[in-house]
Design a protein around this ligand. Structure first.
Ligand SMILES: [Zn+2]
Length: 286
């Protein structure tokens, strides 16, 4: 797992201090494992609703304008609200995400909302939310059950298999495969969008075409910075995958990371409309 050097949010610093300076990613992974084990869940799919009830957390489903939240009632009773309008797999991930929030010291004093239902991950600079996403992935796809059974070497077909077995989105599954990989690898998520520099022209009503751009990337065992909003060249493997129904494989450089050299890339389009994106698992050739 990639190790970060610095954590800034006070709650995350308190978590580190409460755990004798341990790496918060490892603290959260352990917290998720303990929650799951105490609930006797030892095979896929992990059922976050059963984990919640085993830990005495009341779970309510309703129509909300957020994906989920968890809070303590004055009595101390923990309550989790989950948006029933989201897809089943999205609700699973939200439930798992909310179950991680109580890992943080003084959690009960503040309400927390998970608002973004369209993407499976928060930006890394929102540290607590990022760590709850990581914990949700660890809860639903425990290292012990996943690491030897699914691999980045098998590429997107293993991500798809994991997504089915764990009842999570393909994007959550692919992210987890990268996090658990024992070799250098990158996951790129690309989507049709404008870049921030397009905004002034768009405001003036100029028709600026959307391009297939890097939405985010995650890496493991690689010292590589993935710049956002870089566009994939027309005719590139990524661009071709966006037009195709099947996974495409080949050797290519990565958008905005040409100096990092060549990668073995497998790319495929998933989702439709607003949620359409290309996922690519990339491993360095050298
Ligand atoms: Zn959250």
């Amino acid at each position: 797992m990639a190790t970060r050097r610095e954590w800034r949010e006070p709650l995350v610093r308190q978590l580190i201090a409460a755990n004798d300076g341990a790496d918060p990613e490892q603290i959260i992974e352990r917290f998720a494992d303990d929650l799951r084990r105490q609930a006797g869940q030892d095979r896929l799919p992990i059922r976050p609703d059963l984990i919640a009830s085993c830990h005495g957390i009341r779970r309510k489903r309703g129509s909300y304008d957020f994906a989920g939240r968890i809070y303590a009632e004055p009595s101390g009773q923990l309550v989790m609200d989950i948006n029933e309008q989201d897809s089943e797999e999205r609700q699973h991930f939200t439930e798992a995400h909310e179950l991680i929030h109580p890992a943080f010291p003084n959690f009960a004093k503040e309400e927390r909302y998970r608002l973004d239902a369209t993407m499976d991950r928060h930006a890394e600079n929102r540290e607590e939310e990022y760590l709850c996403d990581l914990g949700a992935a660890a809860l639903l796809m425990p290292a012990q059950l996943v690491a030897n059974e699914y691999s980045v070497r098998a590429g997107l077909s293993d991500a798809e298999r994991l997504s089915v077995d764990a009842e999570v989105s393909i994007e959550a599954a692919a992210n987890r495969l990268i996090a658990l990989a024992d070799e250098p690898c990158v996951l790129l998520c690309l989507a049709w969008s404008h870049k921030p520099a397009d905004r002034p022209a768009l405001r003036k009503g100029v028709n600026v075409p959307q391009r297939l751009r890097v939405r985010y990337g995650v890496t493991n065992h690689l010292n590589l910075y993935v710049p956002k909003f870089k566009s994939a060249d027309e005719g590139s493997l990524f661009d071709q995958a966006a037009q195709d129904d099947l996974a495409l494989s080949g050797v290519a450089t990565l958008p905005g990371m040409e100096s990092a050299g060549l990668f073995r890339v497998e790319a495929k389009r998933y989702g439709a409309d607003r949620l359409e994106r290309v996922l690519a698992i990339c491993r360095p050739t050298a």
